[in-house]
Ligand binder design. Structure first.
Ligand SMILES: *[C@@H]1O[C@H](CO)[C@@H](O)[C@H](O)[C@H]1NC(C)=O
Ligand SMILES: *[C@@H]1O[C@H](CO)[C@@H](O)[C@H](O)[C@H]1NC(C)=O
Ligand SMILES: *[C@@H]1O[C@H](CO)[C@@H](O)[C@H](O)[C@H]1NC(C)=O
Ligand SMILES: *[C@@H]1O[C@H](CO)[C@@H](O)[C@H](O)[C@H]1NC(C)=O
Ligand SMILES: *[C@@H]1O[C@H](CO)[C@@H](O)[C@H](O)[C@H]1NC(C)=O
Ligand SMILES: *[C@@H]1O[C@H](CO)[C@@H](O)[C@H](O)[C@H]1NC(C)=O
Ligand SMILES: *[C@@H]1O[C@H](CO)[C@@H](O)[C@H](O)[C@H]1NC(C)=O
Ligand SMILES: *[C@@H]1O[C@H](CO)[C@@H](O)[C@H](O)[C@H]1NC(C)=O
Length: 379
C-alpha cells in the first residue's frame, strides 16, 4: 500500500530540496544545565549502587560542570566510598517536554565507560511507561557498541525488515518486555574507549508519527547538514544514509498510541540490573562475577575505576516546524516516576498531542517523517 503511494509521488520528490527545521531548544555552553531537574535520590528504577545527587551537591562536587572547552560534563564521583554505601552520580531530566514531530541532535565527545558503568542519554514520556521511552545512547561496562531501544506498554513490537544498519537484539522485538526492543549499533566507534579516542560523534533521533529513527555518525563522518545545525537543521537524509535504528510505524506498533511528548534524561548508574548482572558483567570484559563482584571491585573503595565515567556533551538541540513542539512542566518533583505495571495495554490515550501532524512542503497531511521515509526509499 505504502509502496504504491510512494511510487505515484516519486516524480515530485525528485524536485525536492531537503526540509529545513528551525531550532526550538538548545542545551549547550555555559547555560547547558539551566533547565534540568536533578533527581536527588537513589536509583530505584534499575537497582544501581548510586545516589543521583541533588543540584547543590552536584555543583559542590562538580559532578555537573561546563569545562574549558565549553562542553557539559556529567560524571560519577571519584571520591572514596565505604562498605555498603552507594556512590554519588547524576540523573538529570529536562524541564521541557518535546512533542512528537521533534528531531533531536546530540553531539557527544565522551561517554562514560568502565566496569560497573551504565550510562544513558534517553527520552521519556510522563507517565512512564504509558507515554513511552526512547533510549538513544545506552551501553554497559566495556561493551564495544551502543544499543538503541524503545520501551512501551504492551502491544508494541519493532517491525521486522526495516531499512536500518543496526541489528535487533532479541527475536520478537517486544517493546514492552523489560529489556525493551533493542537494536545493536553496527557502525564502528559508537561506545567506550574507541568512541572517546575518536573524539566522539553525533546522534540524530527523529520522533515522528511515521516512526522513531536514530542515526549515528562517528566524528569524522558527521554530515555537514548536522555540523551546521546551530540555527536550522537541514534534514538531508540523502547524505545521512539509512538510520542505525528504524522503528517504523505500522500495524506492529502505532507510534502515536504509545508515545507522547518526551523529556530528555542524562544519567549514569553503576551495576544494577544490566551492568551488574552476573552474565552481562562476565560477557562485557569485566571478568568473572562471583558474589557482589560489581559492587566490591568497583563502587566500593577509592573510585580510581571511574576516571572514564563521564559524559562530555557538546550540545543537545531540538528542531521542529511546530512552534508549539516544546512546553515546560511546572512540576518540581523528579520526572519520569515509573509505574510498576507495564502491562495495562493503555497506550496513553487521553493525553492528546497534535504535534505529530506536521505539514511540510505544502502537502496536506504529509508528515515530515513520512516524507523522509519516502526520500530515503528513493536513494
Ligand atoms: C523512586 O524514587 C522517587 C523519588 O524518591 C519516587 O518518587 C518514586 O516513587 C520511586 N519509584 C519507585 C518505583 O520506587
Ligand atoms: C542535597 O543533598 C544533600 C545530601 O543528601 C543534603 O544534605 C542537602 O540538604 C540537599 N540539598 C538540598 C537543597 O536539598
Ligand atoms: C511482550 O512482553 C510483555 C511484557 O513482558 C508480555 O506480557 C507479552 O506477552 C509479550 N508478548 C509476546 C508476543 O511475547
Ligand atoms: C553557526 O555555525 C556556522 C558554521 O559553523 C558558523 O559560521 C556560525 O557562526 C554559527 N552561528 C552561531 C550563531 O553560532
Ligand atoms: C501508523 O500506523 C497505524 C497502524 O497501526 C496507522 O493507523 C496510522 O495511520 C499510521 N500513522 C501514520 C502517520 O502513518
Ligand atoms: C493509531 O493511533 C492514533 C492515535 O492514538 C489513532 O487515532 C488511530 O486510530 C490509531 N490507528 C489504529 C489503526 O489503531
Ligand atoms: C565467564 O563465565 C564462564 C562460565 O562461568 C567462564 O567459563 C568464563 O571464563 C568467564 N569469563 C570471564 C571473562 O570471566
Ligand atoms: C555475598 O556478599 C555479601 C557481602 O559481602 C555477604 O553478606 C553475603 O553473605 C555473600 N553471599 C554469599 C552467598 O556468599
Amino acid at each position: 500500500m505504502r509502496a504504491v503511494v510512494l511510487a505515484s509521488l516519486a516524480p515530485l520528490a525528485l524536485c525536492l530540496t531537503p526540509v529545513q527545521l528551525p531550532l526550538v531548544k538548545e542545551y549547550s555552553g555555559a547555560g547547558f544545565f539551566d533547565d534540568w531537574q536533578y533527581f536527588g535520590a537513589g536509583d530505584n528504577f534499575t537497582d544501581g549502587n548510586v545516589i543521583w545527587v541533588n543540584q547543590s551537591l552536584a555543583n559542590q562536587l562538580r559532578l555537573t560542570q561546563v569545562n574549558t572547552a565549553g562542553n557539559a560534563v556529567v560524571k560519577v564521583d571519584t571520591s572514596a566510598v565505604v562498605w555498603d554505601n552507594p556512590r554519588n552520580s547524576v540523573r538529570i531530566t529536562t524541564n521541557d517536554f518535546f512533542e512528537i514531530g521533534t528531531i533531536f541532535v546530540i553531539d557527544v565527545v565522551h561517554i562514560p565507560f568502565g566496569c560497573s558503568v551504565w550510562p544513558s542519554i534517553w527520552t521519556t514520556g510522563q507517565p512512564w511507561p504509558e507515554n513511552g521511552e526512547i533510549d538513544i545512547i545506552e551501553s554497559v561496562n566495556l561493551m564495544g557498541f551502543n544499543q538503541m531501544s524503545l520501551h512501551t506498554t504492551s502491544g508494541c513490537f519493532a517491525a521486522a525488515g526495516t531499512d536500518q544498519t543496526g541489528s535487533p537484539v532479541s527475536t520478537g522485538s517486544n517493546c514492552s518486555q523489560t529489556a525493551g526492543c533493542g537494536v545493536k549499533e553496527n557502525k564502528p566507534n559508537s561506545f567506550g574507549a574507541n568512541f572517546a579516542q575518536n573524539r566522539g560523534g553525533a546522534w540524530v533521533m527523529q520522533f515522528d508519527v511515521s516512526g522513531i529513527f536514530i542515526w549515528f555518525f562517528q566524528r569524522s563522518e558527521i554530515p555537514q547538514s548536522i555540523v551546521l545545525s546551530n540555527k536550522t537543521l537541514t534534514v538531508d537524509t540523502d547524505s545521512w544514509g539509512p538510520p542505525s535504528a528504524a522503528f517504523v510505524n505500522g500495524t506492529t506498533c502505532n507510534i502515536s498510541n504509545y508515545f507522547q511528548a518526551q523529556q530528555i534524561v542524562i544519567d549514569i548508574t553503576l551495576c544494577g540490573n544490566w551492568a551488574g548482572m552476573a552474565s552481562v558483567y562476565n560477557q562485557t570484559g569485566c571478568g568473572a562475577f562471583t558474589n557482589n563482584t560489581c559492587y566490591l571491585n568497583n563502587v566500593l573503595g577509592n573510585g580510581q575505576n571511574y576516571a572514564n565515567a563521564y559524559f562530555e556533551v557538546s550540545y543537545i538541540r531540538a528542531f521542529s516546524s511546530n512552534p508549539n513542539a516544546i512546553f515546560t512542566t511546572t512540576a518540581s518533583a523528579p520526572a519520569a516516576t515509573p509505574t510498576t505495571s507495564s502491562g495495562s495495554g493503555d497506550g496513553g490515550d487521553g493525553a492528546v498531542t497534535n504535534g505529530g501532524d506536521i505539514v511540510v512542503l505544502g502537502w496536506p497531511g504529509f508528515t515530515l517523517g513520512f516524507g523522509l521515509l519516502f526520500l530515503g526509499l528513493l536513494v
